[in-house]
Design a protein around this ligand. Structure first.
Ligand SMILES: C[S@@+](CC[C@H](N)C(=O)[O-])C[C@H]1O[C@@H](n2cnc3c(N)ncnc32)[C@H](O)[C@@H]1O
Length: 278
């Protein structure tokens, strides 16, 4: 791949998704685009780039962007965010929303669905008292490919084993050959939609919990700042923002503050964070 090809691809990716690739990501680009070149029967990345430059086929642009995003995820990823959800956040929300009996969650870069399904499984398994509440779980991602897989709720043995307690696997999944499909009753709890965090947002409901995990690491500070400002507008005043283990709002947003004594990357508006019992 020439320097010009690499720079073109990097610019395309940042323009479309806000994802920034450093100089050291040349190998990653080559490895991830190799299957795309194969599918399109092209001899090299240079040919792919000239197709992209001609602008004649928007589907190729989508294919390239989707091939370059990192969609690594798992059920109950990092464990502690979901322990905090179960032991602290949901009990607090159940008290705070007792009169409305409604809870809304947004997994804002949900990849193949394990994150929003983990919320659904947690609610179904541990909170039978929510059975008559109106529950909304929205799962969104820039990649239509991962959204299609998320909707199916079919996982390989490896994906299902990764993070999912055996008890929940047996209770809520059906095995067909080497794959495991999540029960329709859990799948139906989550609504999936393609959604680009870096372009204009469509109307959204107000959320009690927004999970924005392991995606901001790919963005530059002005993009992170803009996204957090938009999240402020769709998060209820006492709502919770959850970031990935290596992500922070420090030096990006003055509004959010890490919740005291809660592990798992939980943030609230400054005035609420200090009130949390921990
Ligand atoms: C590493 S995965 C994280 C998945 C999940 N949140 C987790 O922590 O396990 C990052 C996801 O962010 C998505 N993504 C990247 N840029 C995005 C953007 N601009 N808008 C929405 N999603 C984006 C990718 O497609 C990918 O599925």
């Amino acid at each position: 791949m020439t320097d010009a090809d690499f720079d073109y691809i990097r610019k395309l990716l940042v323009d479309r998704s806000a994802i920034v690739l450093g100089d050291d990501k040349r190998y990653l680009v080559e490895a991830r685009l190799a299957p795309v070149i194969g599918q399109l029967n092209l001899p090299s990345i240079t040919e792919l780039v000239s197709k992209l430059r001609s602008g004649s086929n928007p589907a190729i642009v989508t294919k390239v962007v989707e091939a370059l995003v990192t969609s690594e995820t798992s059920f109950f990823r990092d464990i502690s965010p979901f322990e905090v959800l179960r032991k602290q956040v949901l009990p607090e929300l159940i008290v705070a929303r007792a009169s409305e009996r409604r809870l809304t969650f947004w997994s804002a870069a949900c990849s193949t669905g394990q994150e929003p399904y983990t919320i659904a499984l947690t609610l179904r398994e541990y909170f039978p008292e929510l059975a008559n509440w109106q529950i909304t779980i929205l799962g969104t991602d820039i990649s239509t490919e991962v959204i299609a897989k998320a909707k199916q709720g079919i996982y390989s043995q490896f994906e299902a084993n990764r993070g999912l307690p055996a008890k929940l696997m047996v209770k809520y999944f059906k095995q067909t050959g080497t794959t495991w499909q999540l029960d329709a009753s859990i799948r139906d709890m989550v609504e999936f939609r393609p959604f680009n965090l870096a372009t204009a947002w469509p109307a959204l409901p107000m959320f009690d919990v927004v999970l924005l995990r392991n995606v901001m690491i790919y963005f530059e500070v002005p993009t992170k700042r803009e996204i957090l400002t938009r999240i402020e507008r769709v998060l209820r005043p006492d709502g919770y923002l959850v970031l990935g283990g290596s992500e922070t709002t420090l030096n990006i947003s003055d509004t959010f503050c890490r919740m005291e004594r809660a592990k798992g990357g939980y943030y609230q508006r400054r005035e609420h964070a200090s009130l949390s019992p921990g």
